[in-house]
Design a binder for this molecule. Structure first.
Ligand code: CP
Length: 278
């Protein structure tokens, strides 16, 4: 596999193999070995046209731990703000000899466009494209779930996962649904009707407008950020109403199974989709 653009690029066994490799690397690098030579002599460019904290830092740290040379590019402060196109930016990276480009972009499909353009010969990793996908976040989430439940279950089959909140704008939700379904989990998306995507029936998951209905039944509750920056109309009356219907507070937290886990990809709107106590 040359690129990772979507969870659809992976079979279930390839995804499990990535999780296994990540677990081995975690074991190795948590001991005395801090760096591996795997990517020595390779150049990785982190090309971020949208803001990021976790994803950019993670890719930077991962490439460095594998001994790659890393260049971090943020659109802010670059010639993109003078109108330079994705093509011209990409060709500059090609001239630098980038072996891999990790791209985050506000346009859905940007990573695929770069991979299929012929502008670069690099491997492309999608670090989030618009509202479309965030495949490495889903892999990380599956890794976290597996680590938590590893001692008590050997796979994801039948694991009950709720994904709650701003589904319509969430690339994290799309990638998680694809991956968790592929691995055999039983996924329900929960949101107000305005934040459930059109055509949800075709996602192959259950959906609900009520967070309180089956809260006790879930093994994993994944809360999503309300993406106010992508909302150009009112999707709910106000923040208080949203929290009342769909926020994870102490009362709802107390209703979860004793071994359930709460996840959030970050950044979090504390007090909106999740209370400070959660
Ligand atoms: N989860 C996630 O993608 O976080 P950042 O936007 O900080 O990278």
């Amino acid at each position: 596999m040359k690129h990772l653009l979507s969870i659809n690029d992976l079979t279930a066994s390839e995804a499990i193999s990535i999780l296994d490799t990540a677990a081995q690397l975690e074991n190795l690098t948590s001991g005395t070995v801090k760096k591996l030579p795997t990517l020595r002599g390779r150049t990785v460019v982190n090309l971020f046209f949208e803001d990021s904290t976790r994803t950019r830092l993670s890719f930077d740290a991962a490439a460095k731990r594998l001994s790659a040379d890393v260049t971090n590019f943020a659109a802010k402060g670059s010639s993109v703000s003078k109108g330079e196109s994705l093509k011209d930016t990409a060709q500059t990276l090609q001239a630098m000899g980038a072996d891999a480009i990790v791209i985050r972009h506000s346009a859905s499909g940007a990573a695929k466009r770069l991979a299929e353009s012929g502008w670069v010969s690099s491997s492309i990793i999608n670090a989030g494209d618009g509202t479309h996908e965030h495949p490495t976040q889903a892999l990380l989430d599956a890794f976290t779930i597996r680590k938590h439940f590893g001692p008590i279950r050997s796979d994801f089959v039948g694991l009950k996962v709720a994904i709650v909140g701003d589904i319509v704008h969430s690339r994290v939700a799309r990638s998680n649904v694809l991956l968790l379904k592929k691995l055999g989990a039983d996924v329900t998306v929960i949101a107000p009707p305005t934040l459930i995507p059109y055509g949800i029936e075709n996602w192959g998951v259950a959906h609900s407008f009520n967070l309180d209905d089956e809260l006790e039944s879930f093994d994993v509750v994944m809360m999503l950020r309300v993406q106010l920056e992508r909302m150009n109309e009112a999707y709910f009356p106000n923040g208080r109403e949203y929290s009342r219907g769909y926020g994870l507070d102490e009362v709802r937290l107390g209703r979860l199974k004793h071994d359930a886990i709460v996840m959030h990809p970050g950044p979090m709107n504390r007090g909106l989709e999740i209370s400070a106590a959660s």
